[in-house]
Write a protein that binds this ligand. Structure first.
Ligand SMILES: Cc1cc2nc3c(=O)[nH]c(=O)nc-3n(C[C@H](O)[C@H](O)[C@H](O)COP(=O)(O)OP(=O)(O)OC[C@H]3O[C@@H](n4cnc5c(N)ncnc54)[C@H](O)[C@@H]3O)c2cc1C
Length: 301
C-alpha cells in the first residue's frame, strides 16, 4: 500500500488501478490510479482536503454515462458517490435525493409514489449528481423543471442553493463553470398523478428508446448537442456518416447521433470519428457541432 492509498483508506474504501472502461457506459478509458467511495460528508470533506494539500487531481464520476475518457492512465483519484450516497426520501410532493441515486431508479420510485415529473428521466442511465451537472433531459423536460434546491460542497462549506442560482440551460448548469464544486443531493418538487398513467407514459418512452436507440452497444447517448433549430442527427445523415466506422467506433445506423463502441474501440478512434464529423458538418453546413459528452483526461492540445 503506498502512502496516498494509506491516507485515503482512513476515510473511505479505496480501489487501485481501476480501468475507466469499467466506470463509463462507453466502456472506453485508461487505468485510474485510485477510486474512492466516501460514505459521509465528513469523510468526503477530509478526502478533498487531503487531495488539495497533496496536489493530487480528482474527478467525480456518477455512472460515467456522459464521459469520453482517453486511453491514457489517470494519475489521480476518481470519487464515486453511487455506492454510498444513494438514499432518497419521499415526503408529500417533495423528494430529497442524494447525488449518487440512480436517476432511473428514482423515476420508478416516484411513479410508485404516484408522483409525476420524472417520467422523462426513466431512460437516462446516470446518477442524480451527473444529471444535475448536465441538466439532463428528454422529451422537452429536464432536471431544471423539477429541482427546487441543490445541496453542494464548495469552498470547504456545505450549503443548499436554490435552483434559480443553478443557471440551468440546455444541457448546462452553473456546475460546469465550477469544476471544484461537489453536488451532494437535491430537493425536487413533483406533482400527484395517477400511478397507472405515469407508468403507461414511462412504458411508452421506454419502448420509443428501444425502437430508436442502439441500446445493445456501449454508448454515451447522443454525442452532439442539437444546434439551434436543427437536429444533430440530420446533419450527420446529411454528410453521409450514418453507418460509418473507424476502428471499433461506429456511427449507429439506427440513430446516427449515437457513436457506439461496437468492437473494443479506442478513445483515439472514437474522438477521431467525432472530429471527422465536426469537420465535414462545418464544411457542408458551416455549423460547428459541439460535443454533448465530456472529454476526460485528454492532454490539452
Ligand atoms: C443510452 C444512453 C442514453 C442517454 N440519454 C440521455 C438523455 O435522454 N438525455 C440526457 O440528457 N442525457 C442522456 N444520456 C447521457 C447521460 O446519461 C446523462 O448526461 C447523465 O446525466 C450523466 O450522469 P452520470 O451520473 O453518468 O454522470 P457522469 O457521466 O459520471 O459525469 C458527467 C459530469 O458530471 C460530473 N458529476 C457527476 N456527479 C457529480 C457530483 N456529484 N458532483 C459534481 N459533479 C458531478 C462529472 O464530473 C462529469 O463532469 C444518455 C446516455 C446513455 C448511455
Amino acid at each position: 500500500m503506498d502512502r496516498l492509498e494509506e491516507k485515503l483508506s482512513k476515510f473511505a474504501a479505496v480501489e487501485k488501478d481501476v480501468p475507466l472502461s469499467s466506470m463509463t457506459t462507453l466502456r472506453i478509458g485508461g487505468i485510474a490510479k485510485y477510486v474512492v467511495y466516501p460514505e459521509t460528508d465528513v469523510a468526503l470533506d477530509s478526502i478533498l482536503r487531503l487531495l488539495k494539500k497533496n496536489n493530487v487531481p480528482w474527478k467525480f464520476l456518477g455512472k460515467g454515462s456522459d464521459i469520453l475518457a482517453s486511453d491514457d492512465p489517470y494519475d489521480g483519484v476518481i470519487i464515486r458517490l453511487d455506492r454510498e450516497y444513494n438514499h432518497s426520501y419521499f415526503q408529500d410532493c417533495m423528494v430529497t435525493a442524494q447525488a449518487g441515486c440512480s436517476l432511473v431508479v428514482l423515476a420508478y420510485d416516484a411513479m410508485k409514489h404516484g408522483l409525476s415529473g420524472l417520467e422523462f428521466a426513466c431512460g437516462i442511465p446516470g446518477t442524480v449528481g451527473g444529471a444535475i451537472y448536465m441538466n439532463a433531459g428528454a422529451y422537452r423536460s429536464s432536471m431544471a423543471d423539477v429541482i427546487t434546491e441543490v445541496f453542494i460542497y464548495a469552498h470547504g462549506k456545505f450549503e443548499w442553493i436554490p435552483a434559480s442560482h443553478c443557471k440551468f440551460g440546455y444541457r448546462s448548469s452553473i456546475f460546469q463553470e465550477h469544476p471544484g464544486w461537489v453536488i451532494l443531493g437535491c430537493r425536487m418538487n413533483l406533482k400527484p398523478k395517477d400511478r397507472e398513467e405515469i407508468s403507461d407514459l414511462m412504458d411508452d418512452r421506454r419502448a420509443r428508446r428501444i425502437a430508436s436507440q442502439p441500446l445493445e452497444y456501449p454508448s454515451c447517448g447522443s454525442v452532439f448537442r442539437n444546434p439551434p433549430g436543427v437536429n444533430a442527427w440530420e446533419l450527420i445523415d446529411g454528410i453521409g456518416y450514418r453507418g460509418k466506422s473507424l476502428g471499433g467506433a461506429y456511427v449507429s445506423d439506427k440513430h446516427c447521433n449515437f457513436i457506439v463502441n461496437r468492437d473494443h474501440a479506442s478513445a483515439k478512434d472514437f474522438l477521431a470519428l467525432v472530429e471527422e464529423i465536426q469537420q465535414k458538418v462545418k464544411e457542408k453546413y458551416d455549423i460547428s457541432l459541439q460535443m454533448e459528452m465530456e472529454k476526460f483526461n485528454w492532454q490539452k492540445k
